[in-house]
Design a binder for this molecule. Sequence first.
Ligand SMILES: [Zn+2]
Length: 448
Amino acid sequence: MRFKFVEDGEVCPCGTSGKKFKKCCKRSSSPYSFDKVGTALFEQGRHAAATECYRHAISLNPGIPEIYHKLGIVYQAQGNFRAAAKFQRRAVKMRPEVASAHNNLGISLVALGEYQLAAESFQTALSLQPDHERASNHLGGVMVMQGRYQEALVLYRGILAQQPDNSEVCNRIGDLLGKLGQEEEARVYLRQSINLFLAGKVQWKQQETAMPVKMGYEVLLSAKKRLDAAGIPFFLSLGTLLGVIRDGDLLPFDKDLDIGTLWETGRPEVVAALTGDGVFACPRWSSESGSDSAWRLCFHHTTKQISLDVFFYKPDGDYFLAGLDHLPEPIVSRPQKFDIGTIDWQGEAWPVPADCERYLSDYYGSEWRVPDKYFDTVISSKCQVPSTRSARMVYGYTRLHGLLASRRLGKLASICEQVLALDPDDEFIVGLRDLALREEGSAAAGSE
Ligand SMILES: [Zn+2]
């Protein structure tokens, strides 16, 4: 066997002998030697080398389920969920009584857009080990993606009863209650989740995450090709349009891609065009709850792991209505009606609202050219329908815990401000904003 990824002269990664690889594990005929080397390589972040080692271990003895399991985890870390699922399925088949093997398989299946099978894997993990916390969180996550809110609520309430200090679960319950239109109760849980979080030991280290812009472009282009081929009209919208028009590129701090289409466009046709070859998945559509009057469909690119939202614009006199499905009524905005024009961007003709600048100032205000990287359209749209105000406020509340938990203090302070614009008297939000500003200030001072 020739190894491409471990040099003969390198000290053997197994770390036990101190000898060179060629005089240590390379000579071994035991799969466990290569298992050990593979694990060491994985810990060093050498994923391709780890894969090679585990595969060699399997060739020496194809009967060790743990090695399939570990190989699956390396493929997951590389973002190759198809290969991961293949080996995780074998691990599960060989040892069906191991809960974490079902849980890991479920994670790959979600990434591949196999939501129903994923839910079944998490359920199996839980039936084997009822206190498997990650499996129940993943199961709840899939249920939410599929629109199975009531079932997810039952699941999370069960966990919270066992772990009353679990701020993450408390937050998820609040989020679900908001989605179900129970806004007062939602706010109680969302505040409680923040209080629980702050009651723990908090390290105020800041982080930022963003969508890789180049990958975002590739995802957008692959959606365009599929929609064009199916003859489905669409246009760049919201943050995606803002980035292209203002900066000539996608916004680096955006978390997903947005396009719009007309209300009469058939949802099943959009789903078929995008998901037909497995490149995109549509979580809600894969369950029973897919609806032909959805205001928005969320798609998920199954290899690049980037989301694409498709909004359906419904004519309303001289305006359009567009937004998010929500109970008891959708959270919609009301931009002025427009025709679809095109612009040239990176050598492609892209459909856009014909009067882009008017569209952008409808949503972002006349100051749309001034970057405000934390502006959240759902909370702060300048053309929001007034009756959606309290649902927007609760939506803003649902963002807070995640921002706090990932220490994104600048954004947290901004989202608090945006919620306060809807309800200036909310003392809880005032307190949280002040805390975020204070901690952000002291973190900045500490880093100088
Ligand atoms: Zn060795």
